[in-house]
Design a protein around this ligand. Structure first.
Ligand code: ZN
Length: 416
């Protein structure tokens, strides 16, 4: 590849040469009208190394655990220059401590096999290019503004929500975003049914013509068993507080998640009498059991403080969390705990507090989940939890107008 500077000076030189020739020719015609025409020079002999000798570019893919200088060395640079470049990139704002696996690094070499350009795009939105001129490197940074397009997505569940969203050409990221909107109201683990339908308007972010990722979901609806749930995204009280509300302006955010696992299957519900698989006889099961593969992350269903994290008799490795309003939750048979989870640790809703296992009195990997209120175990699937704040009065009118427009657009672009 030719550098722009060389390219430009070559063009300038050519133009200059051409105009001098014609100037000479016209001068000769003007000054010496009888003189013979200009003598055309024969083309110069080819240079030993043509200046346009094909430059070579070598591209390496960043793999997990790679560091920048190391990747430059696998692209053929010497250690010293690789270190020099790493410093230069870092100084110019490239985040080199967390390289994105799958991103690429390109090194261009001239005909003398010297590196003359290094390009690195840490994301589809930012590109760096370092060019070597007279023995020293200069660097430029270019940014691509995401082109945000709002798209309608709709579909129907045949076997699972994952499949349904995959069927309409969208990715699992979108499934998670949809589940997160409604998980206070709808238990996708237990209640998803064949024939359920969904539709939504989502921001899609493009770099040029290439889809990169999803932005925010603007509005979503899910229909199951004749029940329609709607979520409207709105930043009440300013940007950065984007959250979902029903069309009446009530927060969809209840104080507890419906399930401590994102996806799983309920194998045993809350009951006062069930045959016990290990101890025999009939015993109350004042809990919910979820089947899930070992290692599945277990999330705190609400903010709280860990009151116990350790061996807990038949519960095996278990975590207990104390929440506001006199609630406590228990997560049992874990294989291990989440990072830094021990008695006294503050945990946030959705924080991973442990991983599914089969410790204690357990017949196989599953999560045993209890909710305790005022010292008594209550049914986690039956308990009504306190909702978050509604749209404030001052923003009601704006919210209602916005919601109407979104629902109309949804109906127009993705009629059920
Ligand atoms: Zn259980």
């Amino acid at each position: 590849m030719m550098r722009p500077m060389e390219n430009r000076s070559a063009v300038v030189a050519a133009l200059l040469a051409a105009s001098l020739t014609s100037l000479a020719a016209s001068a000769r015609l003007y000054l010496w009208p009888d003189a013979p025409g200009p003598v055309l020079l024969s083309p110069p002999p080819p240079l030993a190394i043509p200046p346009t000798a094909p430059a070579a570019t070598r591209s390496v893919e960043i793999r997990p655990g790679d560091n920048f200088a190391g990747a430059l060395m696998s692209a053929g640079l010497r250690a010293r220059m690789a270190a020099e470049l790493a410093t230069l990139f870092a100084k110019n704002g490239a985040e080199l401590r967390k390289l994105r696996p799958g991103s690429r690094l390109e090194v261009t070499w001239n005909f003398r096999r010297e590196p003359i350009e290094v390009r690195y795009a840490p994301s589809p939105w930012v590109r760096f290019a370092a060019a070597r001129e007279d023995g020293s490197w200069g660097i430029t940074r270019a940014e691509t503004e995401p082109d945000v397009r709002v798209a309608a997505v709709h579909g129907e569940v045949k076997s699972s929500l994952f499949e349904a969203i995959d069927d309409v050409g969208e990715s699992p990221q979108l499934v998670m975003a949809l589940v997160n909107i409604f998980e206070w109201d709808f238990d996708f683990t237990a209640d998803t049914r064949t024939g359920d339908r969904f539709r939504l308007l989502v921001e899609k972010r493009y770099a040029g013509d290439r889809f990169v990722n999803y932005g925010r979901i603007r509005v979503a609806q899910y229909v199951s068993n004749g029940r329609v749930i709607s979520g409207v995204g709105f930043a009440a009280g300013g940007e950065g507080r984007y959250s979902f509300y029903d069309p009446e302006g009530r927060s969809l955010k209840k104080s507890f998640l419906k399930s401590p696992l994102e996806f799983s299957r309920i194998t045993s519900r809350f009951t006062y009498a069930r045959p016990h698989p290990i101890l025999g006889g009939t015993l109350p099961h004042l809990a919910v059991d979820y089947a899930a593969p070992p290692g599945t992350p277990v999330r705190a269903v609400a903010d709280g403080t860990v009151s116990h994290a350790g061996w807990d008799g038949g519960y095996g490795l278990a975590v207990r969390v104390r929440h506001r309003s006199g609630y406590q939750t228990l997560y049992a048979h874990l294989s291990r705990f989440g990072h830094d989870v021990r008695a006294g640790t503050r945990v946030n809703q959705r924080q991973v507090i442990g991983y599914v296992g089969s410790t204690g009195l357990s017949t196989g990997p599953h999560l045993h989940y209890e909710v305790i209120k005022g010292g008594r175990r209550v049914n986690p699937l039956g308990e009504k939890f306190i909702p978050g704040d509604p749209i404030p009065r001052a923003e009601r009118t704006e919210f209602e107008r916005y919601t109407r427009a979104l629902l109309e657009r949804l109906e127009a672009e993705a009629a059920f």
